[in-house]
Design a protein around this ligand. Structure first.
Ligand SMILES: Cc1cc2nc3c(=O)[nH]c(=O)nc-3n(C[C@H](O)[C@H](O)[C@H](O)COP(=O)(O)OP(=O)(O)OC[C@H]3O[C@@H](n4cnc5c(N)ncnc54)[C@H](O)[C@@H]3O)c2cc1C
Length: 385
């Protein structure tokens, strides 16, 4: 088998790479191990993800609308509404079961003219430009690894770099009957922080809720980490009180990692295969869609892959600064500060970050805010309560 452009992975990144190339008439083959997309983590989208979703022509009908994000820490809680961001171009997002969302993305890539082959890849030979799969070898002119956080090609090339300060682990499952408590509005994501990590609660349109627990290396829990964390985080426990757990706990760890290079001769990386930051601000699918779509454009137009990589890395810097501020406590010090201290422009800038206003030109609000959590937290600490 042979393809002009061979894309490994029919997730958000792979489908986003494929669409502009296939629309331009290129011969695009996507390889995925799954004949149908499966349930997966990565279910809470950000408003600015809608840029690529719209370009792909994907309908979001039926998904739970997400208008804001709620953070709790002990007695403190705060809600941010996306419509109040500095540039509310996209004022809301969605909570999406990934089997359904990924199926819609696949549909868009195939409608654009890409082909799909169901096969499990084992390794890629860069010199021979050949992907080896359980259905036989596939040769190509250009290979794109969009196969997710296991970093298929970067791992094979020894290029994976774990983040030195973000070595977290996560447990996750789904529940039915989760309570929405103040200040949540229907569809909001809730992040309940405690000293050893945080819980996410992501409500879907069908009444189920994705619930996850992210543990930092110093969490201090021993045997039953889920129950121990709930005991340490009454805000999450109150929301799960009486709810029915729908499945076993899944687990992942060491997910925050970048590849040292995003491209080489005849190959490039998109989505988690290139970069993934901690999930606390739900930026994964946004990064996958943006890196994928822009890579597709660069490959289509014969553009500069180095410049593309630099733009992506630069866009993620404010998100990384904000993620680090979440884990050192300064993000929540600022977010939960007395209302009088929350100057409207700072609040708007925080919401711009939370909305994922990272990639489009003119995103100064997010960029300026991200470096300020430390000194704003110092100011907040001095304010009378
Ligand atoms: C704990 C946790 C929570 C998260 N929560 C969120 C969230 O709330 N919101 C958010 O936006 N992001 C979240 N993410 C991140 C999100 O899951 C990813 O960023 C996103 O799915 C990346 O998309 P992708 O297309 O790069 O890869 P994936 O979605 O992983 O798609 C990869 C595709 O490649 C296929 N594949 C993989 N290996 C092979 C192989 N060898 N052969 C053939 N096919 C293969 C897979 O079947 C899959 O279809 C979270 C991540 C973690 C770790």
């Amino acid at each position: 088998m042979h393809a002009d452009v061979l894309i490994l992975g029919a997730g958000p990144a792979g489908c986003a790479v494929a669409t502009p190339l296939a629309r331009a008439g290129r011969d695009v083959l996507i390889v995925d191990a799954l004949a149908q997309p499966a349930a997966a983590i990565g279910e809470s989208l950000l408003p600015f993800g809608a840029r690529v979703i719209e370009l792909m022509g994907v309908s979001m009908e039926g998904f739970q609308r997400k208008d804001g994000a709620v953070f709790t820490r002990g007695a403190d809680s705060v809600r941010f509404a996306f419509a109040e961001s500095a540039r509310p171009t996209w004022g809301h997002a969605w909570q999406v079961p990934r089997d359904d969302f990924d199926a819609r993305l696949r549909g868009a890539a195939l409608a654009a003219g890409a082909q799909l082959v169901v096969a499990k890849a084992s390794h890629y030979e860069p010199d021979a430009r050949t992907l080896h799969t359980d259905q036989g070898p596939i040769r190509c002119e250009q290979f794109v690894d969009a196969a997710g956080r296991r970093k298929f090609l970067a791992r094979q090339l020894g290029e994976v770099e774990l983040h030195p300060r973000l070595r977290n682990a996560a447990l996750h499952t789904r529940f039915r009957g989760v309570r929405a408590l103040q200040p949540e509005q229907p569809g909001d994501i809730t992040i309940c922080a405690w000293s050893g990590g945080w819980f996410w609660l992501i409500p879907f349109a069908d009444g189920r809720t994705s619930v996850g627990l992210v543990l930092t290396p110093g969490h201090g829990l021993k045997d039953d980490r889920w129950a121990g964390a709930l005991a340490a985080c009454p805000e999450a426990a109150a929301r799960l009180d009486g709810a029915e757990q729908l499945g076993e706990l899944g687990g992942v760890s060491d997910f925050t990692a970048y590849s040292r290079r995003f491209s080489g001769p005849g190959w490039a990386l998109a989505g988690d295969a290139a970069m993934f930051l901690d999930p606390v601000f739900s930026s994964g699918v946004l990064g996958a869609l943006e890196s994928g779509w822009t890579l597709g454009e660069v490959l289509r137009d014969g553009g500069d892959l180095q410049a593309w990589e630099q733009r992506l890395r630069a866009a993620m810097v404010p998100m990384e600064q904000s993620v680090l501020a979440f884990y050192d406590g300064t993000f929540l010090d600022v977010a939960c500060a007395p209302v009088g201290l929350q100057k409207p422009r700072f609040r708007k800038a925080i919401i711009s970050l939370l909305a994922g206003d990272l990639f489009a030109p003119g995103n100064e609000a997010s960029r300026r805010m991200a470096g300020k959590f430390g000194w704003l937290a110092d100011l907040a600490a001095l304010a009378p309560r």
